[in-house]
Design a binder for this molecule. Structure first.
Ligand SMILES: [Zn+2]
Length: 387
């Protein structure tokens, strides 16, 4: 009985306390909202209705009359930058920075925002200087990420490597990117005819990321320019254990190197062997061309028919039609060419490389996607859209 009586008292008590708390909250809210100028809500309303220009007008007016509202100045600066009014954003953030009453965190925040403005304006030197001053602050990591962007755009690969090394952690090792930066340095050295320097960079690329296919492709090219075809073949053959999907990138060069060594047949047999181990490799055209040149078009056609029986693909079919047209009597050619053209139109995407990150398509292979700037995001087989 005693237990039930307690409950009878407890229920109204809780209800009363809840009611009191709600009233206090509402009063607090009302008191606060009265402190905020009416224009604040007006501006907010414009912003929510995506009338950015109107919102800016209202907020600028508000900021002029209430210069103590630092948060508002920050929001406005951000809004200017978002709208592409970079000069206004810069002025707003510079004005903020010059205010002596700013707390340390606010000062750093203004500096970070100003650096972003400079970056968007393409004034990389000034952005770099400001981001650099944010080391050892809460903004350090975000600033470094932007610095990494700047160094890549400016092709300052040494600085990019240092910054990526500072940024690396368990969630992102940056090993792919750093190896690519070394490859960029190597290609630079190669165009300046500095093979020794290039080789060192490529070895550093492989030390950073032992599966860096691009480094082995370039090492092979370096060896060829030195007349060392054995070393070139050795470098390119390593691609099989790195990522066999990239073998077609070295296929043509491998054939040339074997030819130079007087081992043409060995080269052809090697590529045929790759295709029988990895039927999906994008190098049917290279082998067909090779058999056509060293044996005959008829032999190329026969080989292709066998390959297609083993591994039927659309790109294989296209090649077969091509070979068929070449070997058929003239009266059948027009008909075959029409079929070939129709297949080509229906499979247009098969001749393009795709970026797995953003879907960008290109006839040429890119180590860094020109659309989304991701490294090694292009898939190595034409027509392939998923990794
Ligand atoms: Zn992309």
């Amino acid at each position: 009985m005693e237990f039930e009586a307690w409950w009878l008292i407890l229920f109204p008590l809780c209800f009363g306390l809840g009611w009191l708390a709600a009233r206090v909250d509402i009063r607090h809210l009302l008191a606060n909202s009265k402190l905020l100028p009416r224009q604040y809500f007006e501006g907010l309303n414009h912003l929510l209705s995506e009338r950015t220009d109107k919102a800016v007008e209202v907020f600028v007016d508000l900021a002029r009359n209430h210069s103590e509202t630092i948060e508002l100045q920050f929001a406005l600066g951000h809004l200017f930058r978002k709208k592409g009014e970079i000069e206004r954003a810069i002025r707003m953030h510079q004005k903020l920075l010059s205010r002596p009453e700013l707390k340390l965190y606010e000062k750093q925040s203004a500096q970070y925002e100003l650096a972003l403005d400079f970056m968007k304006a393409g004034l990389f030197d000034r952005a770099e200087e400001l981001f650099g001053q944010l080391n050892d602050t809460d903004f350090a990591r975000a600033a470094r990420r932007h610095l990494l962007d700047i160094y890549q755009q400016e092709k300052e690969w040494i600085k990019a490597i240092e910054t990526a090394q500072q940024l690396r952690d368990t969630s992102h090792t940056y090993q792919h990117e750093i190896a690519e930066f070394y490859c960029e340095l190597a290609t630079g050295a190669m165009t300046r005819s500095q093979p020794q320097e290039a080789r060192q960079y490529l070895q550093q690329a492989l030390a950073e990321h032992r599966k860096c296919v691009r480094a082995n492709l370039l090492l092979g090219e370096l060896a060829v320019s030195n007349g060392d075809y054995v070393a070139a073949i050795e470098a390119w053959l390593k691609i099989e254990s790195q990522d066999h999907r990239f073998l077609p990138f070295a296929a043509r060069k491998l054939l040339e190197a074997y030819d130079k060594l007087g081992k043409a047949e060995e080269g052809t047999a090697l590529l045929k062997g790759f295709l029988s181990t990895y039927p999906e490799l994008d190098m049917l055209d290279i082998v067909v061309e090779r058999i056509g040149a060293t044996e005959s078009d008829a032999a190329a056609y026969e080989w292709l028919r066998e390959e297609l029986r083993r591994n039927p693909t659309m790109s294989g079919l296209l090649k077969l039609q091509d070979a068929q047209t070449k070997t058929s009597p003239p009266e059948r050619r027009a008909e075959l060419e029409t079929m070939q053209r129709l297949t080509q139109e229906a499979t247009r995407g098969l001749s393009m490389y795709h970026c797995a990150s953003c879907g960008f398509k290109a006839r040429q292979y890119f180590w860094r996607c020109p659309a989304c700037n991701d490294w090694e995001s292009f898939l190595p087989a034409r027509g392939q859209t998923k990794a």
